[in-house]
Ligand binder design. Structure first.
Ligand code: EPU
Length: 438
């Protein structure tokens, strides 16, 4: 297992290229099951989650080829309808295989996902949607068994207590493309990744209206065809680099990113004293040199509000912004696993219900810390960049699930960051790893 050592204090400077969006690529990979024709997907990020999804599609019988590091071709000729627990448990996004399987084969058997460290991850809204499309659903021995022999269009409301559901919208959309009749999805998620899936489905011949809104109307078609599709840039990776530049007092050009996907973040940064101009179409310029920021309050909510996937990184920024800020998590109210680790670095943060009350300090100090999930890892990387001394981040396989070559990209921007086998860590930290596994 690798670890990362960060020696903090270097402002990030230069230019970084953003990869394709993981959360768009995963459902788009699943959508290739809707046709027996080849689909070529471009701008795919090189990530462990993508490789896991490739394995799952191959297990189902698809021919999965990686044409170059960022281009894949999937040909789902003869496929089976059963996705096993051993492969699905690696990645929660595999839940979005249900929609294409039931759409194309009119049945599916998929493992029921468990919760994860960011909190409970129920799929009740997905299942409610499938039953509105005429599916019979049984849950047996940890598997969801769906009989879609009577699959047809229907009216589906996907609002839940935390807003809509991203993968739930994806699932119902994909099934609806091949369901006879009209499907109306109300309270649909409108995240850029959902729009990307809609655009891919349209390129495959689907008939979808209302793309980008909370009300989608799908007219089922008899069959879909193959296509070549390019994934949008990863807004969360881009936002993480924006926050890295802000935290380190840096000056960074973020290339290949969409400004319009991050306006809630830019609105808050402007309020904090860091205006980010809308410049060239695929470039974001962040210049925080010599700036002192003010604290701001954040509430995460579904798009277009502040994204939960940038909450941990924003907590890291507020932890080094003198003054009081309150970060409230409305999508995953328990998503604060980064807080105890930031506290180990000297952050002054208290959790009250679904809020982090942060008293910004002048300095964090480097420490050995443990990554618990993808975005918590990103927050620890950012904290390490701003801290004095050495930060050792352990269990970095979490960050490799969602950030392509993040250590290399940060090093190119001037960070002092080194990935190494855990055996090369100073022994006192190694003992801590062993103690932490219990
Ligand atoms: N929810 C329900 N019932 C459901 C589905 C969701 O109550 O049937 C609740 C969830 O528990 C949560 C909220 O609704 O409180 C939103 O969950 P959603 O279904 O939208 O999340 P998701 O589709 O499973 C995707 C991303 C997450 C991202 C969320 C919210 C992928 C692969 N995952 O998850 O990304 O946080 O949307 O934007 O697209 C990440 O990349 O780090 C990550 C966790």
């Amino acid at each position: 297992m690798d670890v990362v050592r960060i020696r903090g204090g270097n402002p990030l400077r230069g230019s970084v290229k953003i990869s394709g969006a993981k959360n768009a690529a995963l459902p788009i990979f699943a959508a290739t099951l809707l046709t027996e024709e080849p689909c070529i997907i471009e701008n795919v990020p090189d990530l462990s989650d993508i490789r896991s999804m490739g394995e799952l599609l191959a297990h189902l019988g698809a021919k999965v080829e990686r044409l170059d590091p960022h281009t894949w071709r999937v040909t789902a000729g003869e496929i089976s309808h059963t996705a096993p627990y051993e492969l699905m448990r690696k990645m929660r996004a595999s839940v979005c295989l249900m929609g294409p399987l039931v759409g194309r084969l009119k049945r599916s058997v998929t493992s029921l996902p468990g919760g994860c460290v960011i909190g409970p991850r129920p799929i009740d809204l997905h299942l409610k949607g499938f039953s509105k499309l005429g599916c019979k659903i049984d849950i047996e021995e940890g598997y969801v068994k769906m009989d879609g022999s009577a699959l047809k269009g229907g009216d589906v409301f996907l609002g839940g207590r935390h807003g809509s559901t991203v993968l739930g919208t994806d699932n119902i959309l994909m099934a609806a493309t091949l369901a006879p009749g009209t499907t109306r999805i109300e309270s649909a998620a409108c995240e850029p990744e959902v729009i990307d899936l809609c655009n891919m489905l349209v390129a495959m011949g689907a008939n979808i209206k209302g793309i980008g809104s909370h009300a989608l109307v799908v007219e089922g078609v008899e069959r879909l065809r193959g296509c070549t599709y390019r994934i949008i840039p990863d807004r969360i990776e881009a936002g993480t680099f924006v926050l890295g530049a802000a935290m380190s007092g840096g000056n960074v050009t973020i290339q290949g990113a969409r400004y319009d996907h991050l306006t809630a973040l830019f609105d808050k940064l402007e309020e904090a004293g860091l205006p980010i101009p809308r410049g060239e179409s695929d470039q974001i310029q962040v210049n925080a040199s010599g700036l002192s920021l003010s604290p701001v309050d954040i509430i995460t909510l579904p798009h277009p509000a502040f994204p939960t996937d940038l909450q941990a990184q924003m907590c890291a920024l507020m932890a080094v912004t003198p003054g009081l800020s309150i970060v409230t998590e409305k999508v995953y109210p328990h998503r604060f696993m980064h807080v105890p680790e930031l506290q180990r670095m000297g952050a002054d943060i208290a959790i009250e219900g679904a809020s982090a009350i942060i008293k910004g300090v002048a300095n964090l100090s480097g420490a050995p810390v443990m990554a618990s999930d993808l975005r918590a890892s990103a927050a620890l990387f950012l904290a390490g960049l701003a801290a004095t001394g050495e930060t050792w981040v352990q269990r970095i396989y979490h960050i490799d699930r969602g950030y392509e070559k993040i250590d290399e990209k940060l090093r190119q921007l001037g960070a002092d960051i080194t990935r190494m086998p855990a055996s090369e860590m100073p022994t006192q930290f190694l003992e801590e790893v062993a103690a932490g596994e219990g």
